[in-house]
Design a protein around this ligand. Sequence first.
Ligand code: AMP
Ligand code: FE
Ligand code: FE
Ligand code: ZN
Length: 281
Amino acid sequence: MKFADLHLHTQFSDGTFTPEELVLHAQKNGLSCIALTDHDTVEGCARAAAACAAVKMGFIPGAELTAEHADTEVHVLGYFLDTENQTLLSRIAQFQAVRQRRIHEMVAALNQLGVPLKVEAVFALANCKSPGRPHVARALVKEKLIGSLDEAFERFLKKGRPAWVPKTKMSALESVTLIHQAGGLAVMAHPGLNRTDEIIPDLVDAGLDGIECFHTKHSTVMSERYLEIAEEYGLLVTGGSDCHGFSKARPLIGSVRLPFDYVDRLREAHRSHKPQIAGPN
Ligand code: AMP
Ligand code: FE
Ligand code: FE
Ligand code: ZN
């Protein structure tokens, strides 16, 4: 049997692995194919593709776009993205700029609270275009300003806590279109985590191609429920660990092993019904 993991992060967003380390871990876990899905960036895809090619591992270039619909945050995975598509690159660059500005705002809020974190300490850890709250949390731990990552989120960074800064997101409907015009398939990430089932029909109307039924935080019952929803709406089925490396306890890679049938169906869908091209480029 061959298996895949289609939801993975690297240092190019909030994971701790380099693309090369990620591929080594994928090999160790006996995976035959991986997809890189960093938050709002495709920066790591070229290196991951090269590392996979060197060990004959299948690779799907992707990203996890932070979006919203009806006031709910929803993550939309793009698979088989053309990582040089200019429309995609320029649009995600705007959200990367928002993320970078937000780091300054979160550090300023911490300083207001009397926590003497320097913004340079965060950017030293987040050497990428798409930094986020986990980098702030790690910098707080590294500078010994807090005991643990969990504590950093609980006290300061979780939604509603004093150093939490909301971020501007693209609409989920736009994210689907953006992915399609870059040649990709659009898949709703971890629906069980966001509890956003009621928005699925709207996303399907917008052209959603698939749904992530298997995820580290989905129970068996949840996965079965999303398999039924996939069937009901004719959606492709994907799955992945959402591994962030060593940022959260042990690396999660290998904890979700997607049977290869699903990867074959995804590839087939990508090949045969090339998503419709919408918009410029
Ligand atoms: P951001 O994109 O900057 O809002 O940060 C979101 C990321 O923070 C998620 O993708 C997770 O990797 C991480 N995260 C969110 N909540 C927590 C938490 N309570 N503890 C640890 N990490 C978290
Ligand atoms: Fe993350
Ligand atoms: Fe996510
Ligand atoms: Zn993720």
